[in-house]
Ligand binder design. Structure first.
Ligand code: PA5
Length: 472
């Protein structure tokens, strides 16, 4: 099971920059509040936008596993490459799962030692990136006939994914004629939306983005499960880990409920101690992109102008990703001596899937301390040393420890942060499930790209963004 060590967030360790231990007393106000919030989350569980909490439990789990496995079985052996198309909540979880649970050399392995097709997740409309991957699949990668496209869009209206889809549909049709639909598996709304209409018209295999599951809470639905299962990731274990964490996150005691505790630490440090930048720093390269997934969840869910009463609050915290040890040589100077406005969350791994030892025999006195030690020893010593150095500078920090990196623990991690985000939303009294601020940019893009009905947006953009240049 993951553990959460928060001692370095307390005033005993980091002085006035930390939280008073008395806050955690069973009779204290925060503890009472946590109890009330747990009761409130129990009431909304499985309703409205809280339906993502049903994902790791039957009957929803059994239904999704069945549908995903049927789609995977239908694809097995037919494809050398899989290209996942999506953005935001329809891509970040997929990327994080691949990076955490498939070896970094996955795409380079021969097909005989790879559990699924080579996998690329494209979450942008950068023509170079897109063009290179598509060209490679069409030629060196075995041809478009042997390339599966997993298009993920709940709405089908997202400009980036729609553009990607239109391109691959066109190239597939040119390469394969009418049989092209067999190379597309779409994950979308089961009954509504633009992508749904296209899928019904063209006969693609589809999997559901279930009702009441928003993009950034959808990685443990078919959105993330299909591409993971295609690559041999144990999706049963992933959901099993989430279910185990879910049981803990329903406890009504602050100290026994890891999600309530995590949310409490970060919201309290953010709102009462000015620690509004929340860094997540895995000491494991494979977990780095989980920090990217966390960044969207924490930013888009909690960054809100108004609270539920309509009062302007400008709520939210700035999530930052960093990587240990790499960023010790890039960011830690700032974290120790710059503004004391951060909480640093470390991810530590007890036992890696692969160990490398540093050999003996170099015979250089200055480096002899490294001889015979494992890379894990060095990595975790550096993590502990950084933790200590931050405490010395009175910088609050916490550690989430993975006993090992596997599907079950990654499932626990995802669930922990999703529930913590719900708690944080309640504590801040904001709606954690909408993203109204993203709309204006989308509408302006429609205007600039000439979509009918959005002409006024183009005029407003052009009159607002007049250019001032520096003189050459
Ligand atoms: O978290 C969210 O809701 C967003 O990031 C969406 O996932 C993203 O905008 C993509 O939306 P869609 O799946 O409708 O294409």
């Amino acid at each position: 099971m993951l553990t959460l060590d928060y001692a370095n967030c307390l005033a005993d360790r980091v002085g006035s920059h930390g939280l008073d231990t008395a806050l955690f007393d069973p009779a204290s106000q925060p503890t009472q509040t946590a109890r009330a919030l747990t009761a409130s989350l129990e009431k909304t569980r499985g309703t409205g936008w809280e339906r993502w909490r049903l994902l790791p439990h039957d009957p929803v789990k059994a239904d999704h596993l069945h549908q995903v496995r049927r789609a995977v079985d239908a694809c097995r052996g037919r494809f050398d490459n899989m290209v996942v198309l999506g953005i935001g909540g329809s891509a970040l979880g997929n990327i994080a799962l691949q990076s955490a649970l498939s070896p970094v050399t996955y795409n380079l392995l021969p097909s005989s030692s790879r559990p699924g097709p080579r996998t690329f997740v494209i979450d942008n409309v950068d023509p170079e990136q897109f063009g290179h991957i598509l060209d490679w699949c069409a030629s060196a990668g075995g041809g478009l006939q042997r390339t599966l496209f997993n298009v993920i869009s709940k709405s089908g209206e997202t400009a980036e994914t729609a553009a990607q889809f239109m391109i691959i549909r066109d190239v597939l049709r040119k390469a394969m004629g009418s049989g092209y639909a067999g190379n597309i598996v779409a994950v979308t709304d089961p009954s509504r939306g633009t992508m749904r209409q296209i899928c019904d018209r063209e006969g693609f295999t589809t999997l559901p983005v279930p009702d009441g599951v928003g993009g950034r809470f959808s990685v443990l639905s078919p959105v993330g499960l299909f591409s993971a299962a295609m690559c041999g990731i144990d999706i049963d274990a992933l959901l099993g880990g989430a279910a185990e964490m879910d049981a803990r996150c329903r406890r009504d005691s602050l100290l026994e409920n890891p999600a309530a505790l995590l949310a409490f630490l970060l919201v309290e440090l953010g709102t009462t101690k000015g620690k509004t930048n929340h860094v997540l720093m895995p000491y494991a390269s494979s977990l780095y992109l989980l920090a990217d997934w966390y960044r969207q969840l924490w930013a888009e869910s909690l960054g809100k102008r108004v609270d539920k009463t309509g009062e302007t609050v400008f709520a939210g915290f700035t999530p930052v990703k960093a990587l240990g040890t790499t960023d010790q040589h890039s960011q830690v100077q700032l974290y120790r001596e710059g503004p004391n406005d951060k909480v640093i969350g470390f991810l530590e791994v007890h036992k890696f899937r692969h160990e490398v030892s540093i050999p003996t025999g170099l015979g250089v006195e200055a480096l002899s301390y490294l001889e015979g030690r494992s890379m894990t020893d060095l990595l975790n010593a550096e993590k502990r040393a950084t933790e200590y150095a931050l405490v010395e500078s009175q910088r609050p920090n916490f550690t989430i420890k993975f006993p090992v990196i596997d599907a079950a623990h990654v499932g626990q991690f995802i669930w922990l942060w999703q529930v913590a985000t719900s708690y944080a939303g309640l504590m801040l009294n904001i709606d954690a499930y909408d993203q109204p601020a993203v709309e204006l940019g989308k509408q302006a893009t429609f205007g600039l790209m000439g979509r009918k009905g959005y002409e006024e947006h183009k005029r407003t953009v052009d009159s607002t963004l007049t250019t001032t240049r520096w003189r050459t």
